[in-house]
Write a protein that binds this ligand. Structure first.
Ligand code: ADP
Length: 381
């Protein structure tokens, strides 16, 4: 049963409840059915009578109150609306206007320490032979849908922006090359082709990044996990770092070659992708005369730690909390130079989470940052 069907059933049950009032057996039977239906719903449901007092609430609503109203009971519509106003962080939503209507829906944003959730609140009246009986409020957690919507609209606006420049360049170069009457010398044509190639690679990268976001978001990311030695990760990372990046500064890998270093377990290409992203960021957001990245790898009994330290611009306390958010860029001018999408760290965080690990950052403005990737050690069978 979808939500609409459930609510129709609910409305019918609600009105039958009133009809059956005279017969206590039927009344009890309806009440039982209603109670079970409401219990089975993940949406919070509150029934109000004509006096706007709460006459029934389901478990999901009680749970909602526990989280967002310090467990304080709601006994009438006034208190219900007050609670929504108190929770809501979206200034543009007029909850009182919503409350004054018979049928309406609004979205509210609720912030708890460390997490933001979005709820859709629907209100509708229940009638019996055109006679109003009361109101129903349903509260649905729409965080997932909201975030997907946000990603979509962000992608659309970024796509039009990020695609525009390379596409304009490609078009210009191709049109130049196509101009049949001109006899371009070979090195000029070659330069144009190199430019086209670079722009195409950039577009491809953008698409790969967005596909990763989608996969992480929808839980469809496939990891090809296996055991692999540390030296393989380091060698692969060095080989894959573009020449342009390597030449920007010094990159040092520190790790204990003498000890019996445990094997890493995971999707090597994905772990490498994270490490490369951190190294490139360390060089990009870096104004030092001599840019330096130190990758320090060590372990304890449970985890392997990959620490990437740079001597770059650093990240302010305020921004530190936000840099793992999708599309977040602390320094737009530096980010624009990098041609980044503001998605690298959010993807890295998602990839490491999928590996059962964590990624953390410590930073001081104008001094540099250290990103630490923590991967669990898995015993080799
Ligand atoms: P992008 O680099 O594409 O903008 P990221 O998700 O990789 O996206 O990074 C998000 C933001 O975090 C960057 O725009 C930058 O402002 C900040 N940032 C990331 N890494 C560093 C770093 N090593 N030093 C300073 N700022 C950083």
């Amino acid at each position: 049963m979808n939500l609409a069907d459930r609510l129709i059933t609910l409305a019918n049950l609600f009105s039958s409840l009133y009809q059956a009032k005279l017969n206590s057996d039927i009344y009890r039977d309806w009440l039982y059915k209603l109670d079970n239906l409401l219990k089975s719903m993940s949406d919070g449901i509150v029934l109000l009578n004509l006096q706007r007092n709460v006459i029934h609430q389901n478990d999901a609503f009680v749970q909602f109150i526990k989280t967002y109203n310090d467990g304080k009971m709601i006994i009438n519509e006034n208190q219900l609306i007050k609670m929504f106003i108190q929770i809501n962080e979206l200034e543009s939503v007029d909850i009182e206007e919503f409350a004054s209507q018979n049928e309406a829906s609004i979205r509210i944003k609720a912030q708890l320490p460390g997490k933001i959730r979005y709820f859709e609140i629907k209100k509708f009246a229940v009638y019996e032979n055109s006679e109003p009986l009361g109101n129903v409020y349903s509260i649905r957690d729409i965080t997932k849908e909201y975030e997907v919507d946000q990603i979509k609209s962000n992608l659309i606006s970024i796509a039009s922006h990020e695609f525009k420049t390379p596409l304009t360049n490609i078009r210009g170069s191709v049109e130049t090359l196509l101009r049949g009457e001109s006899n371009w010398d070979e090195s000029f044509s070659h330069d144009l082709l190199l430019g086209i190639h670079e722009d195409v690679l950039h577009l491809q990268e953008l698409i790969d990044v967005w596909m990763d976001v989608k996969k992480i978001e929808t839980g469809t990311l496939l990891l090809h996990q296996d055991f692999f030695p540390l030296f393989q990760l380091i060698k692969g990372t060095r080989n894959q770092l573009p020449e342009k990046v390597m030449s920007q500064g010094e990159i040092v890998f520190n790790y204990d070659t003498t000890s019996n270093f445990p094997l890493l377990y995971g999707d090597e290409a994905r772990v490498r992708q994270v490490l490369i992203n951190l190294i490139i960021n360390g060089l990009t957001y870096n104004d030092a005369k001599e840019k330096k990245i130190v990758v320090d790898i060590h372990h304890d009994d449970q985890y392997i730690y990959i620490e990437v330290t740079d001597n770059g611009i650093g990240i302010s306390e305020k921004n530190l909390k936000k840099i793992f958010e999708r599309f977040y860029r602390a320094d737009i001018s530096a980010a624009r130079k990098s041609g980044g999408s503001g998605l690298g760290l959010s993807i890295s965080e998602g990839l490491i989470r999928e590996h059962g690990g964590e990624i953390d950052v410590k930073s001081r403005l104008n001094e540099g940052s250290t990103f630490t990737v923590k991967l669990p050690i898995i015993e080799v069978p």
